[in-house]
Design a protein. Structure first.
Length: 249
């Protein structure tokens, strides 16, 4: 239980779901952890869940300019950073005709633009042999109806995983991605759907998973731990699909 002993980690969107579970797993493995979020209630809850040794920061993943402040806070508290898990994201499932430019821009800002500029801001802070893990999505690989913008943003961040891995490996920084299939997290409650519509969407999605179920946050967190640890030292620009076989049908 010490695969991340003495490592310093930042998890964006780390107050709920996959991010919070990954923070818990990182702590189990010996890391010092900082998490970000925007909801005051979940920020307070995360402080209680993660304990006094963890850093919980209010930060908007979609605010490109604000990523410099976040990087400064990490440097102030940790000095250097060994692990970055780019987990924060938003998902909206809408027919093409219902998208507005404002919603489109927000999705792009949170899922792609903000993460890119956070990596840029953290370049002077990364420790030697640092690891960046990107939270992708199976939606970048399949043609799921109503997922057009979400899938496009995840395809973009996965492209950045490959290009940044080539650019940053010379600095000793590895970049890899974990792409979940449908996972039982609060994200599905944020799709903008009514209760009945949400239930129907969940049933439809689950029917497309050969494993016959939604995944768990722990199953994704364990994959992130692997990429964050020295066990994956030879993994550069890799993507691990953890989707119950959804991308294979």
């Amino acid at each position: 239980m010490d695969r991340l002993k003495e490592k310093r980690a930042l998890i964006t969107g780390g107050t709920t779901g996959i991010g919070l579970e990954t923070a818990r797993r990182f702590i189990e493995e010996g890391a010092r952890v900082a998490v970000t979020g925007t909801n005051p209630a979940t920020l307070d809850a995360a402080r209680g869940r993660l304990g006094e040794g963890s850093l919980v920061l209010a930060s908007d993943a979609g605010d490109a300019a604000g990523q410099k402040s976040l990087a400064e806070s990490v440097k102030e508290h940790f000095g250097r950073l060994d692990i970055l898990f780019l987990n924060a994201g938003i998902a909206r499932l809408l027919p093409v005709e219902q998208w507005t430019e404002e919603d489109f821009d927000k999705s792009l800002a949170v899922n792609v633009k903000g993460p890119f500029f956070l990596v840029q801001a953290l370049l002077p802070v990364f420790a030697p042999k640092a690891s960046i893990v990107v939270n992708g999505s199976v939606n970048a690989h399949i043609g799921m109806p109503n997922s057009s913008v979400y899938a496009a943003t995840k395809a973009a961040i996965l492209s950045l995983t490959r290009t940044l891995s080539g650019e940053l490996i010379g600095r000793g920084i590895r970049v890899n991605a974990v792409s979940p299939g449908p996972i039982s997290t609060p994200l599905y409650g944020k799709l903008g759907l009514s209760g009945d519509a949400l239930k129907q969407a969940a049933e439809s999605i689950q029917s497309q998973v050969p494993a016959g179920r939604f995944g768990t946050a722990t199953e994704i967190a364990d994959a992130v731990v692997y990429f964050a640890s020295d066990e994956s030292a030879f993994a550069v620009g890799s993507e691990l699909l953890v989707d119950g076989g959804m991308s294979e049908i």
